[in-house]
Write a protein of this length. Structure first.
Length: 197
């Protein structure tokens, strides 16, 4: 009978990006991030990582989804998500495991004196045009509600108000969590490390 050694928390993480795909597995070793995606695998030394981006990326079936992207020369871009497909209609959240793994990755990169660029949120050229459109659409919907109230069409105003509240909640969370910025390896953005339930 073999005794299985328990791995310390935060040193390995895996998720399934779709029902039909192989799991993506990641492991933190002393000086290297080890990754495996289906038949492909590799090693990425912490001091060779050139860029890392953390962002909030909700999808249709999961509105609380966080993503970390990692770039290193000679290696495909690695994407680590906080959710995994459980079945055809449901994604399972791995908030605590994801946050522990990403926080430990940052600690190891800081210890390796990584010169990587650390980005938070959506790229500027996507964020600001999106924020402007969000603002204009919000003003348009608010004006529509006011017009419906002035015309005495209360049921239509209520319907649009419910839609508007949902729109503000979803899009507002996206823009709040994805404001572009830079950070250092020893201070990853807490709002992009989900705490879980």
């Amino acid at each position: 009978m073999t005794e299985e050694r328990e791995q310390p928390a935060g040193l390995s993480y895996s998720y399934r990006p779709s029902m039909m795909s192989a799991p993506r597995e990641f492991r933190l070793e002393e000086e290297t991030l080890v990754w495996s995606i289906g038949r492909h695998s590799g090693r990425m030394p912490y001091d060779r990582i050139t860029r890392l981006r953390m962002s909030f990326r909700p999808v249709t079936m999961q509105m609380q989804r966080f993503v970390t992207e990692i770039w290193s020369p000679g290696t495909p871009r690695l994407l680590i998500a906080s959710t995994s497909w459980k079945n055809m209609v449901e994604q399972q959240r791995h908030d605590r495991e994801y946050s522990a793994f990403i926080a430990e990755l940052h600690r190891r990169m800081a210890a390796a004196k990584s010169a990587a660029r650390f980005d938070a949120g959506t790229p500027v050229y996507i964020f600001w045009p999106g924020a402007i459109v969000f603002g204009l659409v919000s003003l348009g919907i608010a004006a529509l509600i006011v017009r419906a109230l002035h015309a005495g069409i209360y049921s239509a105003a209520a319907f649009v108000a419910v839609f508007f509240a949902l729109f503000l909640w979803q899009a507002g969370a996206f823009f709040k969590n994805n404001r572009p910025g830079r950070y250092s390896a020893d201070a990853p953005p807490a709002h992009l490390l989900p705490a879980g339930d």
